[in-house]
Write a protein that binds this ligand. Structure first.
Ligand SMILES: NC(=O)c1ccc[n+]([C@@H]2O[C@H](COP(=O)([O-])OP(=O)(O)OC[C@H]3O[C@@H](n4cnc5c(N)ncnc54)[C@H](O)[C@@H]3O)[C@@H](O)[C@H]2O)c1
Length: 400
């Protein structure tokens, strides 16, 4: 790769869950990478070789490349110094579950004075279909003609250092030059690059997340049906799958949360003028699971006299990220019914949380919020009511 500018790549949002591992991975391949971000505290930690969140296998590589191939900038002007501008900032939905596009475009208005037509913009954030085309028109109107490509991130959070080197990369350019530049860049990292049309790439990313979100909803609905009939869903699922390949992909039940799956399913719903019935149905099932647990518990318990412990507050197993975690929704619903709620998560640094041991000792009812490794096979005193959707502990998931 030619080094026409000081950096091969600058990543906007370079200290985030997508930007940082990607920057580390490219730097580890010998590319000159600059991480541009606005978060000073994270910048200090990363400069000291410390990962600000859990990404397995990332820290040793970070320590190897920081200050050499990998640098950090809090100065927008550095955008001028890179051949590739990778955009990895958050793309949330608003209170109507529609994508917040204005913020994204406003940012580009701020960035564009530092960009020139020799550069290539790679959109890595998950975007609403047609955003890349609109971006091109927006920049053209303001006098900047620049290559734009969309190369969606498909890693699973926590495991990106491994997956970035293993997953094929979907690539789309708005013209052949943009596609060529994006293919050239990702060929350094990915074992396979799959060029597709822009509209296809945008839908591939949203379909990938909606597919996962809906498949989890199927299992969560089955869980609710089994539980309403007093049956143990985990043992039903295991027996159903046993030697029966056609059902091998049924996931386990559990809270389906985090900053991506629901958001991207709703982006797709918004794109289809809210005719994506399966997506909306999945949202109602997945988001309704904490309420289902509470309503089942209320049949048999006076929650106002109970201490309920939620074990696991991260949005998924073995990470420290609580963004959009359904354990917090569960906490809110339990508190609404006047339960005394205590929370614990050994992966998350929160001074209000108690230890696993204290939670087990103090709770009448224990709900497993997330199946962290340390909870697997965890025994509980027989006088406790245990709700374990995931089937990871030695308890039953039937609500008595
Ligand atoms: N987290 C995942 O596993 C994952 C996977 C695939 C795709 N995505 C998509 O990637 C995108 C980023 O997600 P994330 O989880 O990394 O978000 P994040 O919040 O972890 O990271 C965003 C980063 O952008 C920085 N930032 C915000 N505004 C900025 C600005 N004006 N200038 C510079 N930096 C700015 C923040 O400080 C933060 O470090 C989203 O579109 C998301 O849907 C995420």
């Amino acid at each position: 790769m030619k080094h026409e500018k000081k950096y091969d790549i600058i990543i906007i949002g370079g200290l985030g869950h997508v930007g940082l591992p990607l920057g580390i991975a490219f730097a580890n391949k010998g590319l000159k990478v600059c991480l541009y971000d606005i978060d000073k505290k994270k910048a200090e930690r990363v400069l000291a070789g410390e990962m600000p969140f859990i990404e397995y296998g990332a820290e040793p590589v970070l320590k190897k490349v920081i200050g050499k191939e990998l640098t950090i900038s809090l100065n927008l002007k550095d955008l001028a110094n890179a051949n590739y501008i990778i955009v990895a900032i958050g793309t949330p939905v608003d209170e109507y579950l529609s994508p917040k596009l204005r913020g994204f475009f406003n940012l580009f208005e701020k960035f564009m004075q530092y960009l020139d037509s020799s550069q290539t913009i790679i959109i890595r954030s998950t975007v609403y279909p047609r955003v890349c085309e609109q971006m091109e028109k927006f920049l053209l109107k303001k006098g900047l003609s620049i290559n734009i490509a969309y190369c969606p991130e498909r890693i699973i959070q926590g495991y990106s250092i491994k997956e970035l080197n293993e997953l094929p990369q979907i690539v789309a350019g708005l013209n052949s030059e943009s596609e060529k530049k994006a293919v050239e860049l990702f060929s350094v990292l990915s074992p396979k690059v799959i060029p597709v049309k822009m509209g296809e790439a945008e839908l591939i990313k949203l379909f990938a997340n909606a597919w996962r979100y809906i498949s989890f909803a199927v299992s969560n609905q089955f869980y609710m049906i089994a539980t309403m009939h007093g049956e143990n869903y985990d043992s039903i699922r295991k027996a159903l799958m046993d030697g029966y390949g056609r059902a091998a992909s049924i996931p386990g039940a559990g809270f389906t949360a985090g900053p991506c799956l629901l958001k991207d399913t709703m982006q797709l719903a918004s794109f289809t003028s809210n005719t994506f019935q399966l997506g909306h149905a999945a949202m109602m099932v997945n988001e309704g699971l904490p309420d289902f647990i509470v309503s089942q518990l209320r049949y048999s318990h006076d929650l106002s006299k109970a201490t309920v412990g939620i074990l696991g507050m991260a949005f998924k197993a073995d990470i420290d990220d609580t963004r959009d975690s359904l354990s917090f929704r569960l906490k809110k619903t339990l508190s609404f019914h006047n339960a005394n709620v205590i929370c614990s998560d050994y992966m998350v640094n929160d001074p209000t949380f108690v230890t696993t041991e204290q939670l087990v000792a103090d709770s009448d009812i224990i709900i497993i919020g997330v199946p962290h490794s340390a909870y697997k096979g965890l025994p509980f005193p027989s006088n406790k009511v245990i709700i374990d959707l995931w089937g990871v502990t030695k308890a039953t998931d039937v609500i008595p």
